[in-house]
Design a protein around this ligand. Structure first.
Ligand code: G4P
Length: 531
């Protein structure tokens, strides 16, 4: 098969949602359709439901784990679909943001009762940064949810994207009758059943068909009115606008009842983009370039604490990845080859000889990789667009055993290379400030430092509001700012200067005092910097 044929066979995407909206359930239904799993419940136990670190680590170990489910490949209608898993727990949001750099499109699940939630908004902002094409699935229409028109308005205004329904619910909750497929003008009737797919599809000529009244009774007129309104208010659906990330098609359904899922999957395989070009510091890399390139977007620690090797997840961006071939690790300027690269089909892990753009390969690593690292066939280029976001919680890392400071240094460096948290160093006194999205990471870090590195530590809360990466055209002013704010200036893992703003008020004040300086809440990972 030619490289182009391999590329055109692949679609790489992620399902994202606020916790509990139905991401796991939907993932499972997709895998059922793709024949990758046979029974419901197989993905479910992959969820982190408890919040204590030891529980988390135990769960990680028991399930033997997200390594196998980080990427779930399955075939559907002759295509190879790579579904990248994202952690549901909000404390691991940053991991999700990074995974989004490795996909070409996403499916966003929204709960029809709760509408747009906090995490929905943040995830969507990350998609908007890169104009990632989005399909929206409004889940749980079997419940007494919100009015669908209100939901569409909310999606548009809160997510800052145009929407276009491609299916429409007929009533909701107890009286939910099914969905009308606006694209194919067909009717899917609903019967609640969690174990098998029970729904009847009826082709109707048009909405004036009297069969409609027979089938949905009193709801037929409401449906006619709704569809009239939809056609008046929303523009025709254009694939091109979706591909540019400007328009999100919306489907209504119930994941747990397997209702409306296959329609969406069929649309997904028809319209979702194949592997796309990706920006580097030199030029955009097209997937059909002959030479291999790829980048690491996720690193997973080995579950066995005695072996400190890890698995680095690499997205292939162009050319062909080959087993046992030497590639160039750009940041380290080092040639590396991989004897046991793995790909993932549903829950099994297989050694592969080759992989193509859109694929994700797991590479065994003994400490060579950091998130954002690029591999090439020789060219010195660096993939971009893997941002670091300002953490929400900051704490100072305090060593409790001076005899173990080397172990602590090494441990915290490796854990932050994996992306568990961000490490900021204050030059004066080399104090270590750890920043995370949630409390859970501190417990995980403390637990892992002790169990994997034999280093005891504690964390002292720091009252910072945001980490701000600084840019300016006026170096003198920046130096002045850094001098005045020396106590709040730290370096990130790549040696970039970061200002830890104590509060919104003080940040606003600095913005006024130093209009020459720009304060950013996100940064690109610059892996070419200091180690
Ligand atoms: P998440 O991964 O986004 O966190 O959500 P998950 O799929 O775990 O779903 C969260 C809860 O919502 C689950 O219930 C799930 O069964 C339920 N759910 C998913 N889709 C639908 C739907 O279409 N309709 C209704 N009514 N519920 C749905 P749970 O009680 O947390 O778990 P379980 O005991 O049911 O497995």
């Amino acid at each position: 098969m030619s490289l182009n044929e391999e590329i055109n066979k692949r679609k790489t995407f992620a399902i994202i949602s606020h916790p509990d909206a139905g991401k796991t359930t939907l993932t499972e239904k997709f895998l059922l359709f793709g024949g990758a799993i046979q029974t419901a419940g197989a993905v479910k136990n992959n969820k982190i439901t408890k919040t204590a670190a030891s529980d988390f680590m135990d769960i990680e170990r028991q399930r033997g784990i997200s390594v196998a489910t980080s990427v779930m490949g399955f075939e559907y209608k002759g295509l190879l679909i790579n579904l990248l898993d994202t952690p549901g727990h909000k404390d691991f949001a940053e991991d999700t943001y990074r995974t989004l750099t490795a996909v070409d499109s996403v499916i966003l699940v929204v709960d029809s009762v709760k509408g747009v939630e906090e995490q929905t908004k943040r995830l969507m902002e990350v998609c908007r940064m890169r104009d990632t094409p989005v399909i929206i699935f409004v889940n749980k229409v079997d419940l007494e949810g919100r009015d669908p028109f209100d939901l569409l308005d909310e999606l548009e205004s809160m997510l800052n994207i145009n929407v276009r329904p491609l299916s429409w619910p007929i009533s909701k909750g107890y009286s939910f009758k099914g969905v009308y497929d606006l694209y194919n003008s067909s009717l899917k009737l609903f019967e609640a059943n969690k174990t098998k797919v029970v729904h009847e599809q009826v082709e109707i000529k048009d909405l004036d068909d009297p069969q409609l009244d027979e089938l949905v009774g009193e709801h037929a007129d409401q449906l006619r009115e709704d569809v009239d309104l939809i056609q008046g208010v929303y523009e025709e659906f254009e694939d091109e606008e979706y591909l540019q990330g400007k328009l999100a098609p919306v489907f209504f359904g119930s994941a747990v009842n397997n209702f409306g899922v296959q329609e969406m999957l069929d649309t997904f395989v028809r319209i979702a983009p194949v592997p796309q070009p990706r920006p580097t510091d030199v030029r955009d890399i097209a997937p059909d370039e002959n030479k291999f390139t790829g980048f690491v977007f996720k690193i997973h620690a080995n579950i066995d604490p005695k072996h400190r090797d890890r698995i680095a997840f690499l997205r292939v961006c162009s050319g062909k990845f080959e087993r046992n071939k030497f590639f160039n690790h750009v940041r380290l300027e080092k040639k590396l080859k991989f004897a046991n690269p793995a790909t993932f089909m549903a829950r099994s892990k297989n050694v592969v000889d080759e992989a193509f753009p859109g694929d994700v390969v797991g590479l065994y690593d003994t400490g060579n990789f950091k998130i954002g690292d690029t591999l090439t066939e020789g060219e010195a280029l660096q993939f971009q667009g893997i941002p670091s976001f300002s953490p929400e919680i900051f704490k100072e890392l305090v060593n409790l055993d001076p005899m173990k400071s080397k172990q602590l240094d090494k441990g915290i460096k490796q854990l932050t290379d994996e992306g568990v948290a961000q490490l900021f160093i204050r030059e004066a006194g080399s104090r270590k400030i750890v920043g995370t999205v949630g409390e859970l990471q501190f417990e995980v870090i403390q637990y892992r430092l002790e169990h994997e590195y034999g280093a005891k530590c504690e964390f002292r809360p720091k009252n910072y509001f945001k980490a701000c990466w600084l840019t300016t055209e006026n170096e003198e002013k920046l130096e002045e700012f850094k001098r005045i704010k020396a106590l709040e200036i730290v370096q990130d893992k790549d040696g970039n200067d970061v200002y830890l703003a104590p509060s919104q008020f003080l940040l606003d004040m600095e913005r006024q005092n130093f209009p020459e300086i720009e304060f950013h809440f996100t940064s690109e990972f610059k892996t070419a910097g200091v180690n």
